[in-house]
Design a protein around this ligand. Structure first.
Ligand code: NDP
Length: 240
């Protein structure tokens, strides 16, 4: 039987590339999205992958959404926590809501999705959880105390859950992308983006499918000895 994979925020950008890569690997893939129904419809038409709407920052909605997926498609074997938002601003200008929303969706979403999916993985003694962190969670970024804190939290969450999952055959890893050419980066002002690209040793933005290849590897049978790890895919922008 094909493994069932779910990708939060799977209908656009990096998430979409991950969905397509896991489908090409032979998995049965489901995407989740927040509310852009037009993009989700186009995604399903073009890829044949079903898309389910709920806010991963909402605990109850996430439990209900994952239960629906389990019933209609099958229980989740591979969870990719990819959904994320930005609400940038310096601390002095950032509202409490901008802080709380980013924490709730980017980090709380990982907890909510894992709560829903982990029990089945534990019971069957096999599972893969891959969390999409960020270079800005590793290195920090001006104007992103909310996003950097949430993404840094994802790296801690990954290492803690990896310790809990290990004896059940559940691996938990993170990928820390650098700057990738998606809608999220398109929102960065051009002059700022030029300065960012100048700091990337390979001299260009990354492509969504370059992140997806990493996810595909970490989700594979062969990656069973890799857990609690962070794979940086950033064109050499941040090395350690
Ligand atoms: P996009 O903004 O292009 O796409 C975001 C996706 O997440 C959409 O499918 C969106 O759904 C979904 N989403 C947003 N909020 C929620 C929510 N509350 N519940 C469920 N789904 C939600 O993002 P990217 O592809 O650029 O980024 C994907 C991940 O990679 C994010 O976690 C991001 O932080 C991370 N990342 C991105 C980098 C980049 O350079 N692009 C660099 C480093 C990390 P909808 O379409 O309905 O809005």
């Amino acid at each position: 039987m094909a493994r069932v994979a779910i990708v939060s925020g799977g209908t656009r950008g990096i998430g979409r590339a991950i969905c397509e890569a896991l489908k090409a690997d032979g998995m049965t893939v489901v995407a989740n999205y927040a509310g852009n129904a037009e993009k989700a419809r186009a995604f399903t038409e073009e890829t044949g992958i079903p898309a389910y709407q709920w806010d991963v920052g909402d605990h109850e909605a996430t439990l209900a959404g994952c239960a629906r997926v389990a019933e209609e498609v099958g229980p989740v074997d591979v969870l990719v926590n990819n959904a994320g938002i930005t609400r940038d601003g310096t601390l002095l200008k950032m509202s409490y809501d901008d802080w709380a929303d980013v924490l709730k969706i980017n980090l709380g979403g990982c907890f909510n999705m894992a709560k829903a999916c982990f029990p089945h993985m534990r019971d069957q003694k096999w599972g893969r959880i891959i969390n999409i962190g960020s270079i800005n969670g590793q290195a920090g970024q001006y104007g992103q105390v909310n996003y950097a804190a949430a993404k840094s939290g994802i790296h801690g969450f990954t290492k803690a859950l990896a310790q809990e999952g290990a004896r059940f055959g559940v691996t938990v890893n993170a990928i820390a992308p650098g700057y990738i050419d998606t809608d999220m980066v398109a929102a960065v002002p051009e002059n700022v983006l030029e300065k960012i690209v100048a700091r990337i040793p390979v001299g260009r933005l990354g492509h969504a499918d370059e992140i997806a290849r990493g996810v595909s590897f970490l989700a594979s049978e062969e990656a069973g000895f890799i857990t609690g790890s962070t794979l940086s895919i950033n064109g050499g922008q941040h090395m350690y």
